[in-house]
Design a protein around this ligand. Sequence first.
Ligand code: NAP
Length: 242
Amino acid sequence: MKCALVTGGSRGIGRAICYKMAEMGYYVLVNYKANIHEADKTLAQIKQNGGDGELLRFDVADKDDINQILGTWIETSTDKYIEILVNNAGIKDDVLMMWMKDEQWSNVIKTSLDGFFYVTRLVINSMLLKKYGRIINVVSLSGLKGLPGQVNYSAAKAGVIGATKALAQEVGRRGITVNAVAPGFIKTDMTEGLDEKELRSIIPVKRFGTPEEVAHAVAFLASTEAAYITGEILSVNGGLYS
Ligand code: NAP
């Protein structure tokens, strides 16, 4: 059975990606860290739409958790294989660098950059054996452009962008593509405190994006037809970055 693993699938962009993956016919592994209630809602909606999947709780910032929970799942689920990996889980913790605490730096880096490394390293083995796979990393405008107050977040996402380009070159010959989507301002819990009315003046399309619009870009890169696109960063930002 072909599976799509979506990290941070319980809410926001990850939830919309889970729905898209189910629509594409994948058995969806909905990862989350703590919010089982929201993760349950995602899975229930997948099933209501006629799809299938399961919850897989692990903390992407904790390599032991990843190795134990995801590693065990891979070892024991011999009838299932992860064909699509979407590294979506992420956090922000904004503050000017002069006031940034050690944990604010390391928590953000661990979640996005270490999470990418430890999850992908486990999952890629079976893709290499099958000679097919799609890896899509959810990065950010912040990682392309750098944003003040987000030195930790910009560094984490820029790190994943570099890793995307490098890994794409390592595995291209094995039928695996590695790409990233870079959202701008998207309406989710992460942007809840931001003033859309004020910020839309700087966005060419004059609004925040939706999780579904990001999921659409992920689905495109996850399709079999996107086989000749790899190492690419696709911006989904209403024209904000130019
Ligand atoms: P969100 O609404 O805050 O949701 C975050 C998701 O990530 C939740 O499912 C959460 O799980 C999960 N998560 C957080 N830390 C985790 C960990 N250590 N292990 C496993 N799961 C973890 O965020 P979002 O706006 O959808 O963002 C999704 C991705 O898009 C992130 O990588 C973010 O950086 C990126 N992004 C977002 C925007 C935006 O404007 N929203 C813009 C650019 C990039 P729980 O529910 O269990 O907490």
